[in-house]
Ligand binder design. Structure first.
Ligand code: TXA
Ligand code: MG
Length: 338
C-alpha cells in the first residue's frame, strides 16, 4: 500500500478522516509520541493496528478522544475521573476506567472490563477525531518493542507501506508516552510514568496515589496490571547501557570508537573530545525526555555504532519517566566503573 503524507491542514485532515472512515490506519501527532490511529468502533480496522505494529493481541489499546464528553459513551466516568480530565486534558494523562458493557470490542480492551482514555494536546489530531466522528485507538506508531516515534520520519521508518497515511506536525515536545493512571481501582494507581507526576495527581485528587512502576514491582510481576508492561520495550537492536554521570570520567576511558554516548550537555562537556559519537540530551529532564527515543533510533541505524551509552537522570519528576524508558531500553544494563 502507498502511504500518503499529510500536513496538519484542514484539506489533508479531511482526507485522513475519510481513510479512518474507510477502516484504514493513519498515524497522528500528539505532544508525547506519534500514535497509530484507527476507528475505535470498527474491530476490523483495529485488528490492522496489531498487524502493522506486530503487537501482541492481549495488549489493550488507548481510546483517543477529542472531547472529554466522548468518554461517557464508553465508560463510567467517576467524580475523580472528571476532576482529572478537567485538570489535565488535553495533556499527557491516560485514564483507565470501567467500561460500559458491550460498548467497546474486546479487540480494543484485550477483553478487560476496563479501557484507557486519552485526549492529546495536539490541534490537528483533535480536529482529525472530530472530522472522523469516532474516537481513535492510538498506540504509539512504532513497530512493537522499538522506541516510540517522536518525529514523522520515525513513523515512516517503521510504517511505510503498512498504513494509509501519516500526518506530519513536526517533532513531539514531551517525547515519552503519557502517564497511565488506573481509576478502576482504589487508590488510584500509576501503571506507566510520564510527564504528569504522582505528586501532581495526588495534589489534584487530594488523595494518595500508588505507583507500581518501580523496577522491582514491574520485574517481579508475572501478570502486570498494564498488559503492555510485560513486553520488552523501547529497545533498539543494539545494546544500550545506562551510566551514572558521576562515572563519566571512567566511561571516557572505557569507550571504544564504535560506541556512542547520549548525555546532558554538562556531562558531554566532561568527556574529552575524541572519536566517540555523541548525542546531546540538552540541558535538563525535559530536553532529555524529548531527545531520548530520537537518539536511540539514530544510533540504531548507524552502521558504525555497536553500543549506545545513555546517561541516567535523578529520579525526580519527569526524570522518573525518562529513567523508566531507559531502564527498559537497556534491559537494566549499567556501566560499572572499576
Ligand atoms: O502518549 C501516549 O499514551 C501514546 C500516544 C500515541 O497517545 N500512546 C501510547 O499507547 O503510548 P500504547 O498503546 O503504546 O501504550 C498504552 C499502554 C500499554 O502499556 C497498555 O498495556 C496500557 O496502556 N493499557 C491500555 N488499556 C489498558 C487497560 N484497560 N488496563 C491496563 N492497561 C491498559
Ligand atoms: Mg507503545
Amino acid at each position: 500500500m502507498e502511504t500518503q503524507a499529510f500536513k496538519p491542514e484542514l484539506a489533508d485532515l479531511k482526507k485522513a478522516a475519510q481513510l479512518i472512515d474507510d477502516g484504514e490506519l493513519v498515524a497522528f501527532p500528539t505532544e508525547t509520541v506519534y500514535g497509530l490511529g484507527a476507528d475505535a468502533t470498527n474491530p476490523a480496522a483495529v485488528k490492522k493496528v496489531f498487524e502493522a505494529k506486530g503487537r501482541p493481541a492481549d495488549n489493550p489499546l488507548i481510546v483517543t478522544v477529542a472531547d472529554p464528553e466522548q468518554v461517557a459513551d464508553f465508560a463510567q466516568v467517576s467524580a475523580a475521573a472528571q476532576v482529572l480530565m478537567d485538570h489535565f486534558w488535553p495533556g499527557s494523562l491516560t485514564i483507565i476506567l470501567p467500561t460500559k458493557p458491550k460498548h467497546l470490542d474486546d479487540v480494543v480492551t484485550g477483553g478487560l472490563p476496563t479501557a484507557a482514555f486519552r485526549l492529546p494536546d495536539n490541534q490537528a489530531t483533535q480536529e482529525l477525531i472530530k472530522l472522523a466522528g469516532v474516537p481513535l485507538v492510538g498506540p504509539s506508531a512504532n513497530t512493537s518493542g522499538k522506541p516510540s516515534p517522536t518525529t514523522a520520519a520515525h513513523v515512516w521508518h517503521d510504517m511505510d507501506r503498512k498504513i494509509a497515511g501519516i500526518i506530519d506536525d513536526g517533532p513531539t515536545t514531551v517525547g515519552v508516552e503519557s502517564t497511565v493512571v488506573d481509576l478502576s481501582v482504589s487508590p488510584a494507581t500509576i501503571l506507566r510514568t510520564g510527564a504528569v507526576t504522582e505528586e501532581e495527581l495526588e495534589q489534584v485528587l487530594d488523595e494518595p496515589v500508588i505507583d507500581v512502576t518501580q523496577p522491582t514491582a514491574v520485574d517481579d510481576a508475572v501478570h502486570p496490571k498494564a498488559p503492555g508492561m510485560k513486553y520488552r520495550h523501547y529497545a533498539p537492536d543494539k545494546p544500550v547501557v545506562m551510566f551514572d554521570p558521576l562515572d563519566a570520567g571512567e566511561l571516557a576511558k572505557a569507550v571504544q570508537d564504535s560506541d556512542a554516548i547520549m548525555a546532558l550537555d554538562d556531562t558531554l562537556a566532561q568527556l574529552p573530545a575524541g572519536q566517540t559519537q555523541t548525542w546531546s540530551l540538552g540541558k535538563d529532564y525535559q530536553s532529555a525526555s524529548e531527545q531520548l527515543f530520537a537518539g536511540l533510533r539514530y544510533f540504531d541505524d548507524r552502521a558504525d555504532v555497536q553500543r549506545i551509552y545513555v546517561e541516567r537522570l535523578p529520579e525526580i519528576g519527569l526524570g522518573r519517566a525518562y529513567n523508566n524508558r531507559l531502564a527498559k531500553a537497556s534491559g537494566n544494563q549499567f556501566f560499572q566503573a572499576d
